[in-house]
Design a protein around this ligand. Structure first.
Ligand SMILES: [Zn+2]
Length: 237
């Protein structure tokens, strides 16, 4: 289900030729771009162009590593499923809004059609042309709005179902991300507490050392004081 959705987004955004990229990225992490290029039978530049476009929409993200032998950077790509579903949901919602507006307009307005030219015009334009087609001089007929309204209503139902499915999938992905985030927070917290423990241990060690050194310091201070006193008159000169 999810893959079908992802493919339809990619097709909308960057064209049909890049759809197979989804099969290579789905359920994987950090996929080598040279492998993608090889499997898609594209050059590395063509592959990167597609991936950059997808990354502009936030659908994929990358990490890069330097190839020690060749000295250049290799990019490793990961699909952002949550962002992809979010984008798809927004697109479907926009389409639903447009379709609902169209349906509303069909219900409220009359349209006229020239059967010869298969051209449809609004009532306003039909009136301007005296209900006669300017192309072939055929008289306009009233268009059958009912048929349109039925088609649009089918489309509206389909879109609503799709939006519901995408929203469910998005919710699941969101939960996964939250869990990942929670794990990350816990890991960072543990790391920080470990760091604090080491810092405390280090501090304790240093304190011990300072305590041990104390008698030496006292001696030094005395000698400093003496020299300071003796040096005072010299300063006045
Ligand atoms: Zn006509």
């Amino acid at each position: 289900m999810q893959i079908k959705f992802l493919k339809s987004i990619v097709e909308d955004l960057v064209g049909k030729q890049s759809v197979p990229i989804i099969d290579l990225l789905v359920d994987k992490k950090d996929v080598n771009e040279f492998q993608i290029a090889k499997k898609l039978n594209l050059t590395i530049n063509q592959t990167r162009n597609i991936l950059y476009k997808l990354s502009d929409y936030g659908l994929v993200s990358f990490i890069r590593k330097k190839d020690k032998k060749k000295g250049w950077y290799i990019y490793f790509w990961t699909l952002n499923i949550y962002q992809s579903l979010d984008l798809l949901e927004n697109n479907l919602k926009k389409e639903l809004e447009q379709t609902e507006n169209e349906s509303k307009s069909r219900k409220e307005n009359r349209f006229y059609i020239c059967q010869t030219c298969s051209i449809e015009v609004s009532e306003e334009n039909a009136l301007l042309n005296d209900f006669t087609c300017p192309e072939c001089e055929e008289i306009y007929e009233l268009a059958d709005n009912q048929e349109f309204i039925q088609q649009l209503s089918k489309k509206i139902n389909k879109l609503k179902k799709e939006i519901e499915l995408v929203a469910t999938e998005k919710g699941k992905e969101g939960e996964k991300l939250d869990k990942k985030k929670q794990r990350k927070i816990k890991r960072v917290e543990k790391e920080n507490s470990d760091k604090r423990k080491t810092a405390r241990a280090l501090k304790a060690k240093l304190n011990k050392k300072i305590v041990k050194k104390k008698p030496v310091k006292k001696l030094k201070k005395k000698t400093i004081k003496k020299t300071a006193k003796s040096s005072k008159p010299k300063k006045k000169k």
